[in-house]
Design a protein around this ligand. Structure first.
Ligand SMILES: [Zn+2]
Length: 140
């Protein structure tokens, strides 16, 4: 995970987290970075402020940071993979890619034990309660 301070065209500065530098570039190019304050999609990296290296993060992620991260993850997932709903485990075993869907914890553990490359995602912003998973290879 990498954290960037981002700034929208109106000067709002906020932090967001990305799997790696490539994820930031891909989300930005796809117009999927959104200001948490005004919904602007004109986002760029804010200049880094000088920091004293203390071995600890300079700021603790906020609930808004998490909400932004979760929204960006789901926008990417929904744009780039097919929702197979509750058939996720069967679809994985059938070799369908790229997909996302829901699985029970038991099904997820079975898939991992069978060496399928799946991973849990944060709850979907719209329905908060599901336990979606996506094939990890789709995120590279
Ligand atoms: Zn803004």
């Amino acid at each position: 995970m990498i954290s960037y301070d981002l700034r929208c065209e109106k000067g709002h500065v906020f932090s967001s987290y990305f799997a790696n530098m490539g994820t930031y570039d891909a989300l930005r190019e796809a117009g999927l970075l959104i200001c948490v304050h005004c919904d602007s999609r004109e986002i760029e990296k804010a200049p880094m402020a000088p920091a004293i290296v203390s071995g600890r993060p300079s700021s603790t992620p906020t609930a808004a940071d998490y909400a932004t991260f979760r929204q960006q993850v789901w926008e990417g997932v929904e744009a780039e993979s097919t929702d197979v709903g509750d058939s996720f485990a069967d679809a994985v075993r059938a070799g369908e890619v790229p997909i996302h869907g829901t699985a029970t914890i038991g099904e997820t553990i079975e898939l991992l034990a069978e060496a399928y490359n799946v991973m849990p995602l944060p709850p979907r912003p719209a329905d908060g309660a599901s336990t979606p998973v996506i094939k990890k290879s789709e995120l590279n």
